[in-house]
Design a protein around this ligand. Structure first.
Ligand code: XMP
Length: 512
């Protein structure tokens, strides 16, 4: 077990950013729900605990609280924002609600450097986002910094190694935030900072072996980075006990099935079964245009097809998936956090009980770039690892509105042109994701002497580091012009191309 910092999640939109910053400092961190039992925490033997921020008020009835015994574990604790208020109120301090919300940048004046502000300048610009504030310190605590609006912007009980920050050191807008977190990790928790993805690989392999034993696993291989890395990792752990199943759901990109078969042959030695189910998916989706309904139908049909494959395979105990951390947090709602359920990702959320399969999700704690590093450590090549993400529901969420064979054909052909031009111009590798979207909108055009009345294709290209936020990419005019010309001239059924210039948030990357 590597040296571990536990981040207890109280529903902040920044929880995953805290975990990420810690891992960037080469310290293993794991996010757990706020009410994790003490016995589970103890088993992980953490050398520090961070209490995240959160949308609730500690004064509210039913406010999320950790088990009080965490304050008797003799482990350093850092409370951030709601985490500070929680720690202070649970240890005898007082929090008062305020009509005024401190939001955005503030000037922090450090009163006492102590260990947390070691080697930092006396004043910093920091990022705040809170309503309630601490009005009275608990016994044994001191204020160590203040802002214009708060006398208790930072507090500590150095004897117990309890620290609290009212601002968010994990966000980029907080000056020296990284140093503050590093002081907690290295000076206070005494982390050694030598964790890397190799450690994770070895640890994950042991965990998979322990969990699976001599049982059998099936994995839904999509050919994307996540499921390929999951397959390679699980194969490394349990070899031929793993069977991969590739479902052709009829919502794949041009020639995708053949590409996946080739990839499997070349990089993931093991057993692959291909289920041809395009007809069934299209039948179930007929006439459905609501995005959430489409997602649910695709997810359910996927599970049904799997169920059938599993029965053909005889005794199987586990279903493995390449679910990543952003899939988990965007799909599991935390009470009081409206941002937490955005889209229902079909690959998360559990299986019907009758399938009697347990989930095996070895990448559940990782971010995309960490998965790529893991893939490198497992020997996968760059052309597999640098593939853009492709959503589980596939082109089903890229044909806006109802899906039929003609819409899919138009989208596939347009998308292949866009991707080909991006690869040729080397832009593909600078982007997080790029694809075409089929719009259920027809517009008039003129080709030769003929009037056309065809559909519109939207190009989507974004930069991002983890899909939590994304910016539209500023592709060169020349490239856009070429892609547009080629699509309109070569794809029958499309006569207009538009470019999507929306960022996430407030838009999402996919259109549905
Ligand atoms: P959004 O559209 O929510 O997408 O900004 C964020 C990232 O997630 C991908 N995505 C999915 N991935 N199953 C997946 O495995 C899904 O149901 C799903 N929906 C969206 C999306 O392509 C982007 O990379």
């Amino acid at each position: 077990m590597p040296q571990t910092i536990i981040v207890l999640d109280f529903g902040s939109q920044y929880t995953q950013v805290i975990a990420r910053r810690i891992r960037e400092a080469k310290v293993y961190s794991k996010v757990l729900p706020y009410n994790t039992p003490i016995s589970v925490l103890k088993k992980l033997n953490p050398i520090g605990i961070v209490l995240s921020g959160g949308p609730a008020s500690v004064l509210a009835k039913g406010a999320p609280k950790p088990k009080p015994a965490i304050f008797s574990l003799d482990i350093p604790i850092l409370g951030i924002c709601y985490g500070l208020q929680l720690m202070a109120s649970m240890l005898g301090g007082e929090v008062k609600s305020s009509n005024y919300r401190e939001y955005g940048r503030g000037k922090l004046t450090i009163l006492k450097k102590g260990l947390l502000f070691k080697s930092l300048p006396p004043s910093l610009t920091v990022w705040n986002s809170h309503g309630d504030s601490l009005s009275q310190l608990p016994k044994g605590f001191k204020a160590t910094a203040q802002t214009e609006n708060s006398d208790f912007a930072s507090i500590e009980n150095s004897a117990k190694k309890f620290y609290g920050l009212q601002f968010h050191p994990e966000v980029e807008h907080s000056e020296k935030g990284e140093e503050i977190l590093n002081n907690f990790l290295f000076t206070i928790c005494k982390c050694s900072g030598d964790w890397d993805i190799e450690d994770f690989t070895q640890f994950a392999i042991q965990e998979i072996k322990k969990k699976v034993g001599s049982k059998k696993v099936i994995l839904g291989l999509s050919g994307g980075v996540d499921s390929s890395v999951a397959a390679a990792l699980i194969h490394r752990a349990i070899g031929s006990q793993l069977t991969c199943i590739f479902v052709d759901n009829g919502l794949l990109r041009l020639n995708e099935r053949d590409q996946v078969k080739k990839l499997f042959r070349d990089h993931i030695p093991g057993k692959l079964r291909v289920a041809l189910a395009g007809g069934l998916f299209l039948k179930n989706l007929k006439g459905v245009s609501d995005p959430e309904k489409k997602r649910k139908i695709i997810g359910k049909t996927f599970i049904d097809v799997f169920d059938k494959e599993v029965r053909n395979l005889g005794e199987v105990d586990f279903l493995a998936q390449g679910t990543l951390y952003p899939d988990v947090i965007e799909s599991v709602p935390i009470e009081g956090n409206p941002a937490s359920l955005i889209k229902s990702h079909h690959n998360v959320g559990g299986l019907p009980k009758r399938m009697k399969l347990s989930l095996l999700e070895p990448l559940r704690e990782l971010f995309k770039d960490e998965v790529r590093n893991l893939g490198r450590a497992l020997g996968l090549t760059e052309n597999v690892l640098m593939r853009h993400p492709f959503p589980g529901p596939g082109l089903g969420v890229r044909v806006v509105g109802s899906i039929n064979a003609k819409n899919l054909r138009v989208l596939r052909e347009a998308d292949a042109i866009f991707i080909e031009e991006l690869i040729n111009s080397k832009w593909y590798y600078k982007l997080w994701q790029a694809f075409c979207v089929f719009l259920p909108v027809r517009s008039v055009g003129v080709m030769g002497d003929e009037r056309t009345y065809e559909n519109v294709i939207s190009l989507r290209a974004v930069t991002s580091s983890d899909a939590m936020t994304a910016d539209w990419a500023q592709l060169p005019d020349k490239l856009l012009r070429k892609v547009s010309n080629r699509i309109i001239n070569e794809v029958k059924g499309a006569n207009r191309v538009v470019y999507d210039i929306s960022s996430k948030p407030p838009s999402t990357i996919e259109w549905e």
